[in-house]
Design a protein around this ligand. Structure first.
Ligand SMILES: NC(=O)c1ccc[n+]([C@@H]2O[C@H](COP(=O)([O-])OP(=O)(O)OC[C@H]3O[C@@H](n4cnc5c(N)ncnc54)[C@H](OP(=O)(O)O)[C@@H]3O)[C@@H](O)[C@H]2O)c1
Length: 257
């Protein structure tokens, strides 16, 4: 019988230095992962990567920080090869890479469109491809999308539109890798209280998103906390492996599909 626990497993977290990715990385170490590879992108995220590595080591796991721009197939291949060389082939691969753009469709430039496609869609495609090649049998793969996939809203055409194909990549990967016992899921959080969210939004939009009655049936802020999301990801990459091929929105009722 396959072992679906996190205990003793090797994990790779793309975008694992800060915010949601960092909390996932720390959580997996606390759950008994043997080693965690922490990918980061910007030079400015190196201090965050170092802090995340230190927290993982303090929890008793091995950790390594690996830097890269993951918008080329070659860079994603290198990330998986470097992970295997540093801490072993992953059992769990989680992709949190993303970038938001909030802008009227009629004002979006070709360069902005291309960047949204590269960061949100192409990187996820090649992450799934390389994860399928490198993750051990009975492994778990998860990639982050957005709750905007369940929304009927203006201004996120390039961002949400670039996350949308990932839903189908997830379905295909789940079918193709399933014979090896590998589960593949996509998780779409609601607007999360991280620095990712605020620069794209004006003060009015932030105030609106904080209005519980407008955005969530629960009597709390309409914003999702990263702590709300991590337990679901923990479950999907362990005992929740029977869920595969699906996109799950975790958002306090912000949008539904
Ligand atoms: N926060 C929200 O409101 C929200 C809501 C729904 C879904 N999400 C999704 O949740 C995920 C995590 O978001 P978060 O809030 O935790 O924010 P975050 O920390 O900014 O996560 C995004 C990550 O993607 C990395 N990245 C950007 N461009 C990259 C590139 N070219 N190559 C490799 N990595 C790159 C960023 O690194 P650098 O910062 O160093 O560039 C960052 O580590 C994202 O996929 C996002 O789309 C976020």
């Amino acid at each position: 019988m396959a072992d679906h626990s996190i205990q003793g497993k090797v994990a790779l977290i793309a975008g694992g230095a800060k915010n949601l990715g960092a909390l996932i990385a720390r959580d997996l170490a606390r759950q008994g992962a043997r080693a965690v590879a922490v990918h980061y992108h910007s030079a400015s995220a190196q201090a965050d990567a170092d802090a995340t590595v230190a927290a993982i080591e303090a929890a008793g796991a091995r950790a390594v920080a690996l830097r890269g721009d993951l918008t080329t197939a070659g860079a994603v291949e290198k990330l998986f090869a470097d992970t295997a060389a540093a801490v072993g082939r992953p059992d769990i691969a989680i992709n949190t890479v993303g970038k938001v753009l909030k802008k009227p469709l009629a004002e979006i430039s070709e360069a902005e469109y291309d960047e949204m496609a590269a960061v949100n869609s192409k990187s996820a495609f090649f992450f799934l491809k390389e994860a399928g090649r490198h993750v051990n049998d009975n492994g778990k793969i998860c990639t982050l999308v957005t709750s905007l996939l369940g929304a009927f809203t203006p201004f996120y055409a390039a961002y949400a539109g670039a996350k949308a194909p990932v839903e189908h990549y997830t379905r295909a990967a789940a079918k193709e890798f399933g014979a090896r016992g590998i589960s593949v899921t996509a998780v779409g959080p609601g607007p999360m209280d991280t620095p990712f969210f605020y620069p794209a939004e004006g003060a009015d939009a932030v105030a609106y998103h904080r209005t519980a009655a407008a955005l969530s049936p629960f009597s709390r802020t309409g914003l999702t906390d990263i702590e709300d999301v991590v337990p679901f990801i923990r479950h999907l990459v362990s005992d929740g492996w029977w869920i595969t091929g699906q996109t799950i929105l975790i958002n306090g009722g912000y949008t539904t599909k």
